[in-house]
Design a protein around this ligand. Sequence first.
Ligand SMILES: *Cc1c(COP(=O)(O)O)cnc(C)c1O
Length: 350
Amino acid sequence: MILPNDFKAEYAVLETEIQSAVADFFAKGWYVLGKEVSSFEQEFAIYIGQDHCVGLANGLEALFLALKSLEVGEGDEVIVPSNTYIASVLAVSHVGATPVFVEPNPLTHNIDVTKIEAAITDKTKVLLPVHLYGLISDMPAIMRIAEKHNIYVVEDCAQAHGAMVNGQKAGSFGHINAFSFYPTKNLGAYGDAGAITTNDESLAEKIKMLRNYGCQVRYQNEVVGYNSRLDELQAALLRIKLRYLDTWNAKRRECADMFRSEFSDKDWIFPHVPEGYEHVYHQFVVQSDNREADMKELEERGYKCLIHYPIPPYKSNAYKQQFAKHTFPIADTLAEKVFSLPLHGKMWNK
Ligand SMILES: *Cc1c(COP(=O)(O)O)cnc(C)c1O
């Protein structure tokens, strides 16, 4: 059976390097904000093509602190896609701002850029596009809209490490952008981890303070901060996996091609890759009119499939009261039709 994830097969490839990094880590005996974190930050910033990266505890806090650094708060509106993973919405709520949902383009699953301007009000402070399933959003159009209306852009890159449009990577368009390194992501740690990327030095400095109790110099607390530091050991392990990211993204694309030909007889809507886009297939998501039967058939053929995501955030118990008067039919339809083939597992079982 090919499972959605196969961490043991992945670890088998990395075992020697990981064991040696772990031995070094204990030999050094430095556990919080040391050389591994700063080296990973430099390497990841270079990989994305930004001047700064700041390592954080996880992806949700990366989004939250990105919004905090832009001083987004009560009375502000943040535009998010209606079909995202709930973390993008939670970050908006946690800073006290109001999420304003915009429907996705059903072919790309990403925010429909033709519908953004209608959702902009004088309270809109941030556009928060999510690069769902590994396809980058239409960032050139989003940046044009943001510039025209003088609003910030925060990219949610949790599913799009290495994804590109016109040769430019996810996490290099917005004013400040958030990554998750949760184990299942394309670049995943062995536990929780996250980061922001930005070209704005003052935002990077702010995030460095916010992640560390509001101080850069010990005991000099400048702002009311948090504890959201990237773990030193996770940083050491992420440095190893970053060197495999492009190869493994290419492997994901190969598996995606294999799925496309193996299931070419199906009347599913397959992942759409517009001209000029490089998809990194965090998930291989198809739309089916007979989801239950199709998932059952695939399981019999040895593919364990999952649904990402069965409930749009606005319909979750967490938000259904706040959005009781709203409906988002495209998000609803996608939630009824989508399912994901086990792409990461397939990478190790070709
Ligand atoms: C995983 C994910 C997050 C949250 O990241 P964590 O590290 O789990 O907190 C945010 N947004 C999206 C789109 C995600 O897929």
